[in-house]
Design a protein around this ligand. Sequence first.
Ligand SMILES: CC(C)(COP(=O)(O)OP(=O)(O)OC[C@H]1O[C@@H](n2cnc3c(N)ncnc32)[C@H](O)[C@@H]1OP(=O)(O)O)[C@@H](O)C(=O)NCCC(=O)NCCS
Length: 212
Amino acid sequence: MDPVTLRTDRLVLSVPEPADADDVVAYANDPDVIAFTPVPVPYGHAEAHHWITEVVRAGWTADSRYEFAVRRAEDPRLLGTIGLFGFVDGAAEVGYAVHPDGRGHGFVTEATVAVLDWAFAPRPDGLALARVQWRAIASNTPSAAIAQRVGLRYEGLLRSGVFHRGRRHDQLIAAVLREDDRSEPTVWPTSAVAPTLTVAPTPTVAPTPDPS
Ligand SMILES: CC(C)(COP(=O)(O)OP(=O)(O)OC[C@H]1O[C@@H](n2cnc3c(N)ncnc32)[C@H](O)[C@@H]1OP(=O)(O)O)[C@@H](O)C(=O)NCCC(=O)NCCS
C-alpha cells in the first residue's frame, strides 16, 4: 500500500524520508537502542539511507512492514520510529525506538495507541488485524511499561528466547486482540516491569546432617 500518515494530539506518524537520515543515525547509535534492538553496529549515514530508501519503502510496497517516523506535530525532526512487522494471517508485531531527547514525554505510548487503532480498524481505513504482539529482552523495563500502558496482556517469558549481540536473553511476550478493551488495566507480573528482572538466586540451604 501507499504509506499512510497517522496524527495524534501531539504527533505526526509518517513514512521516514531520505532527509531523515541524520536523525535516524542519531537514535540508532543510542546505547539503549543498541542494547535492545537489532540495529546494525556500527550504524552510519549509509545504513540509514539504505534503511529508509530500501527497507522502509519495500516494506510498504510489499505490505510486509509498515514503519513510521515519530515527529512532534510542530517539529519535523524524526525523534524515533514505530513499526508493524511480522505479518502472519491477521497478526503482526509492534516495535519502537526513540532518541533520548524524545523520551519521558509519553510520545511512544501515544504513537503506539495510534498504531494499534490503525492496526485494528476495519478496512479500508485500517488493517483489520486480529492480534498485535510485542516482544522484548526481559530487562527492557521502559518498553514493557509502554506495552502494559497501552493495554497489551502479558503472555509470558520465553527463556533464552532471543539471541542478541552474541548471547541469548530471556524475552517477554505480550499481545492485544482486536476485541480486547485496551482501556482496561492489565495485570503484569511485577518482575516484568521492575527495574531489573534479575531474580535473586535461591539461597543455598546447608544440608542437615543425617542423624542416623
Ligand atoms: C522503549 C522506549 C521507546 C521508551 O521510551 P519512553 O520515553 O520511556 O516511552 P514514552 O514515550 O511512552 O514515555 C513514557 C515516559 O514518559 C512519561 N510521560 C510523560 N507524559 C506522559 C504521557 N502523557 N503519557 C504517557 N507517559 C508520559 C511516563 O511517565 C514515562 O516516564 P518514566 O519512564 O519516567 O515513567 C525508549 O526507552 C527507547 O527507545 N529505548 C531503546 C529502544 C528500545 O528498547 N525499543 C524497544 C525494543 S522492544
